[in-house]
Design a protein. Sequence first.
Length: 153
Amino acid sequence: MTERTLVLVKPDGVQRLLVGRILARYEERGLRIVGLKLLKADRDLAERHYAVHKGKPFFEGLVDFITSGPLVAAALEGPGAIAMVRTMNGATKPLEAAPGTIRGDLAVEMSQNLVHASDSPESAATELSIWFAADELTTYGREIDRWVLGPNA
């Protein structure tokens, strides 16, 4: 089933010049970029994004980090996109992330673990609406499926 999910390349990924390498990994797995923007999140946006963690001891640290510099917000689409992206990202703690995953190969520490990805269809829908207006997302037609996946798609 085709799904959409949100990926954030966090400020550490932008600062370390890893945006292209990270996005390329998703595209190489067949996911399509349907929305993309570089921005510096303000506190309101960050608090809406992390609202599920409000009141937890690490909430302020999350907000402070995500607003500390520019980030890249990407909307990705493809079959099983949510689970695929989370698997590709690897464990939240880089020392526990398997080699071959984004965090396993590129992340340095848990507080700076390069990427965020939606964890369910519900959170993907909510997060995508926080970061993108509906008219900022592209909808591909069947012709792109045939071009990318072959004539029988």
